[in-house]
Design a protein around this ligand. Structure first.
Ligand SMILES: Cc1ncc(COP(=O)(O)O)c(C=O)c1O
Length: 443
C-alpha cells in the first residue's frame, strides 16, 4: 500500500504570478489556456492505435449507461404536450425548481440533517450543464489573475486547467491515503503569510469522496479540520472551501461520510459542487452547486451572462428519472458493476505489477481510479520512457505529472493514474498486463 503520509514536503516553492503575455490577437485568458489539452493528446494516441486498451480517460462504463430508464422518462415527458413544450423551452438561470428541491432534499438525507440545520433553502442551489461549468464560473467570480487556490497534490487536472485559464495559481499541498492533509494546508497558509500573499489565497479545493486521481475518501475528522481551518484563517476575508462531490454516489465499500458542508452550519464557507454525470449519464450533463449567500448573486449574474439557464430538457429529464424511482436502482447497479471492475483492476495489479517489486497502489473504495506509484527511477511522463513503451505494449494511462499543481508540494515523476471506467474486466487485465511488460522493459 502506498504510504504518502511519510512524503516529504520540503521541496516547496513560492513563485511569482505569471508575467503578462506578449501582445497578441487573442486575449490574455486565451494565452493562459496553454497548449494542447490533455484529452486531445490522449485521444490522438488512442486513435492512432485502435487496439490500445485505454486506462486513461475518466469516462464512465459504456454498457451500463441508462438507455431504458432514459427512454421511458423521455416518453413520459413527451406524452403530455404541455410538459414536452416546457422541456423544449428556455428555463431559468438558477435551474428547474423541482430539480433544485430534489437535489437539496437528497443531500440533506445523505448528510442526516435538516434545511434549518444547514441554514439553507433551494434558492441556494444552482443547476448547471455539468459541475465543471460551475467550477469555472465560480473561479471567474472569485479569482483575479495571480490569486491562489490551495489544492491537493495531486488534484483533478481539469480543475487545474480551469485555474490556469483564469490566470489563477493552483498551489499543491500534501495528500495521503485519507486525502488532503489539513496540517499541510495550515503550513502552506503560514508560508503564504510569510510571503505577504495571504490575501491572495481565496479557496481550498477538495474532493472528499473517492477523489480524482488518487481514489481516496477523506474521513469525517479531516473534513471538519479543513472547514475549521478555513474559518480560522482569514477571519476578515472569506477563505472558501470548494467541495467537489463528483464521486459521492460511486461507493463500493464502506459507509458514506457526511459532506464538508455538514461541518459548516452557518453555510458561509463551503461551496458544494456535484454532478449526475458519474451517477447517471455524462451525456445529459447536469450538475449543481450549493452556494453561500455572498456568492449566490454574483454567480447567478455570471451564469446569466454565460447561458441564462442550462438545458431545460436535461433538467426535467433528471427530475423525472429521480421522481419515477429510476435513479437509485441505477446507482446500485452502477456500484455493483464498478465493484467488479475495481476488483478486476486490483487483481491484475497484484498479478502483473506486484511481482515486479517496488510498486504500490491505493485500493479505492469508490470512484473510477487507481493511483499507482512506480519505482522512483521511472518517469511516467509523456516525455519519459514508459509512456510510449506502454503504448507500444498496448495500454494508455494518465501520467501523474498532469495532476500536480505547478506550485507547492513537489510533483512526483513516478506516479500514474489508471481508470477502470470504460474497459471490460478482461480488457482491464490485458491493459495492466501490458503495463507490467512495459515497466519490466524500462527497469
Ligand atoms: C473530480 C471531478 N469533478 C468534476 C468533474 C466534472 O463533471 P461534469 O461532467 O459534471 O462536468 C469530473 C469529471 O471527470 C471530476 O472527475
Amino acid at each position: 500500500m502506498l504510504n504518502m503520509a511519510k512524503r516529504q514536503l520540503s521541496k516547496t516553492s513560492i513563485k511569482k504570478p505569471p508575467p503578462p503575455p506578449p501582445a497578441s490577437d487573442l486575449s490574455r485568458r486565451a494565452e493562459w489556456v496553454g497548449g494542447e489539452p490533455i484529452a486531445s493528446l490522449l485521444m490522438a494516441k488512442a486513435l492512432a492505435q485502435p487496439e490500445l486498451v485505454s486506462l486513461a480517460a475518466g469516462f464512465v462504463d459504456q454498457e451500463s449507461l441508462p438507455v431504458e430508464p432514459t427512454r421511458k422518462t423521455l416518453e413520459k415527458i413527451f406524452s403530455q404536450a404541455p410538459v414536452g413544450r416546457e422541456a423544449l423551452q428556455y428555463g431559468t438561470t438558477i435551474g428547474y425548481p423541482p430539480l433544485r428541491k430534489l437535489i437539496l432534499s437528497r443531500l440533506l438525507q445523505a448528510d442526516g440533517c435538516t434545511a434549518a440545520e444547514w441554514n439553507l433553502s433551494p434558492e441556494q442551489v444552482i443547476v448547471s450543464a455539468g459541475s465543471n461549468q460551475l467550477l469555472f464560473l465560480l473561479g471567474d467570480i472569485l479569482l483575479n489573475p495571480g490569486d491562489i487556490v490551495i489544492c491537493g497534490s495531486p488534484s483533478y487536472y481539469v480543475y487545474l486547467g480551469i485555474l490556469g485559464n483564469l490566470g489563477a495559481r493552483a498551489v499543491g499541498v500534501e495528500c495521503d491515503e485519507q486525502g488532503i492533509v489539513p496540517e499541510a494546508i495550515d503550513e502552506e497558509l503560514r508560508r503564504r503569510q510569510a510571503a505577504g500573499e495571504l490575501a491572495r489565497v481565496k479557496a481550498i479545493y477538495v474532493m472528499p469522496y473517492s477523489d480524482n486521481p488518487m481514489g481516496v475518501t477523506m474521513p469525517e475528522v479531516r473534513r471538519q479540520a479543513v472547514v475549521e481551518l478555513a474559518k480560522r484563517w482569514l477571519p476578515d476575508q472569506r477563505l472558501y472551501v470548494i467541495e467537489d462531490v463528483a464521486y459521492r454516489e460511486l461507493r463500493y465499500y464502506g459507509e458514506d461520510v457526511p459532506s464538508l458542508r455538514r461541518s459548516d452550519p452557518e453555510g458561509e464557507t463551503v461551496v458544494q459542487v456535484g454532478t449526475f454525470s458519474k451517477s447517471y449519464s455524462p451525456g445529459i450533463r447536469v450538475g449543481w452547486g450549493i452556494f453561500p449567500p455572498a456568492l449566490l448573486t454574483p454567480l447567478l449574474h455570471e451564469k446569466g451572462n454565460f447561458d441564462f439557464g442550462s438545458p431545460q430538457l436535461n433538467q426535467m429529464l433528471m427530475t423525472t428519472v429521480i421522481e419515477q424511482g429510476l435513479f437509485d436502482p441505477h446507482v446500485a447497479y452502477l456500484c455493483e458493476t464498478y465493484r467488479h471492475k475495481t476488483e478486476a483492476t486490483l487483481r491484475a495489479l497484484d498479478e502483473f505489477l506486484g511481482p515486479i517489486g517496488g510498486i504500490e497502489w491505493i485500493r479505492p473504495h469508490g470512484g473510477l481510479y487507481v493511483w499507482v506509484r512506480l519505482p522512483e527511477s521511472i518517469d511516467t511522463g509523456v516525455a519519459g520512457p514508459l509512456f510510449d513503451r506502454a503504448i507500444t505494449e498496448g495500454v494508455l494511462y494518465i501520467p501523474g505529472e498532469f495532476c500536480y499543481p505547478s506550485e507547492g508540494a513537489a510533483p512526483q515523476k513516478n506516479m500514474l493514474r489508471l481508470s477502470f471506467g470504460v474497459p471490460h474486466c478482461d480488457a482491464i487485465r490485458r491493459g495492466v498486463q501490458s503495463l507490467g511488460r512495459a515497466i519490466r522493459q524500462i527497469l
